[in-house]
Design a protein around this ligand. Sequence first.
Ligand code: 6R9
Length: 584
Amino acid sequence: MIHKTLNDREPVPNLTDYATMQASFSWDAARAECAGLSDGGLNIAFEAVDRWVAAGRGEAIALRWLGKNGERRDFSYAELARLSDRFANGLQRLGINPGDRVCILAGRIPELYITALGTLKAGAVFCPLFSAFGPEPVRVRLVKSRARVLVTTTLLYRRKVREQRSDLPHLEQVLLTDSDSDEPGIRSFHTLLEAETDHRPPPRTQPEDWALLHFTSGTTGTPKGAIHVHQAVIAHRLTGCWVLDLRPGDIYWCTADPGWVTGVSYGIIAPLANGATLVVDEAEFDARRWYAILDRERVNVWYTAPTAIRMLMKVGAEALHGHDLGALRFMASVGEPLNPEAVTWGLATLGRPFHDTWWQTETGAIMIANYRAVDIWPGSMGQPLPGIEAAIVQRRSGGVDRLPPGEEGELALRMGWPSMFRGYLEDEERYRQCFAGGWYLSGDLATCDANGYFWFVGRNDDVIKTSGHLIGPFEVENVLMEHPAVAEAGMIGKPDEFAGEIVKAFVALKTGYEPGDALRKELLGFARTRLGPAVAPRELEFVADLPKTRSGKIMRRLLRARELGLPLGDVSTLEGEHLKDSDA
Ligand code: 6R9
């Protein structure tokens, strides 16, 4: 156990007494910490930027952007407020209505942050698409979201959208961040902004109005669009304060990309709603660059992911040499299991432990965490946020049974926190299946010990977490099946020392095709071109055929057990022929 001493409480943590706060918590009190709008309304962007301008902190730096080629640009809260007002005005001029979806496909560029905040001010729904997605995941999400506007760069537009534009009848406007000219259906982002004024009345959104759409993956079917509402900001602000220990003026760095939920909830909203300065690095992971940023920018609070921490561990302490991380007060991690060695490595090498936190796209904000003032059991995800009731349960018809400490079951949360997703877009049935007896069922398997600490065990479905990114096997299999040589394909997450898991494909070929290195390369390349590097399989193995249930579903669990040399478990539903294969 890592015991927190009085030294660790300097300066005094925002959450000093976990037990008392948990006992006395009310969401109404948390809501009262938000500025709110005059008519009982609530708006994420207003809480993130305008409230600070109104409070006289307009000149404080909201966003410090570090370009990949060494550029550096600061945006004050007042400047972000003005630019997002202009973008909101621009959307209105384009005829975008409240509830309409605005997608962004871009790397970590300043325009992304202006788009997010401006969209929210206009009452439209902000939907980020990861820039390392290939054309197919982009198309699927643009279709499903029915986006009317897409903000992107010329390069990403040409590579991933242009050829499919005819499949996207809802997409009226593409706004390019790096072009000055307008043509039919394509406009310049900056020309649009320049044509608008800074003036705009305060937003008019209500707490339950849709604000964010985050696509996430399940075992089957197309990606699910999880919907979040404006009052999610109550949980973003609260967790930013209590879990990340943010306070006005802090320098804060979240390394997650806004193409995923962490990069929006904690890479944009929570830090701004707490008045911090957000450091944004456009470049990809690089150990020396990262240490230099932590040092030079005097980062106080750092939120990152296990894959990155493991890569820093691999690079070794030399990369740290000559850097002073003395400004760092708090370090936290999310997205995949944080191994105990990573927690203690932080303490030994960087002088502070990493604090694991657990949450999901669906929960919108951190639900279980290790806190600055609370002792850590390395390997544990920590304890529920005050205001959140978490339990380990087993589903039964019509409800759930709570399991006693130490028993493995599904991690569940009592419904009713403000950042809980309000639906999967056009998928009422899948949404309903997430709930039973007043609980939200996470799909994660975990245990809870006698001290109330939660421990992650695994997923109870087939989704793959690679470098912290959630990948649905079905989306990958579908694309591989489009190749003329492929009869069947099944994906698994294969354990990997750094990425947690990598996507591995098993492929059965059509008659007339022979397995071999050339075909393997071709198939991996085919998948990479369509899906993009973030989603495509890294390994591919040819098999005679895939194990399937009698109803024809691929048993990925069995593929994974075979890959790992584990016992095959219950194979009673397995189709007869394939059992022989797996025994062979
Ligand atoms: C925020 C985010 C959610 C899934 C979740 C779980 C895994 C997240 C974790 C963790 C072990 C942690 N996960 N945090 N597993 N320890 N601290 O990552 O959202 O992309 O929706 O993924 O990630 O399996 O169910 P999302």
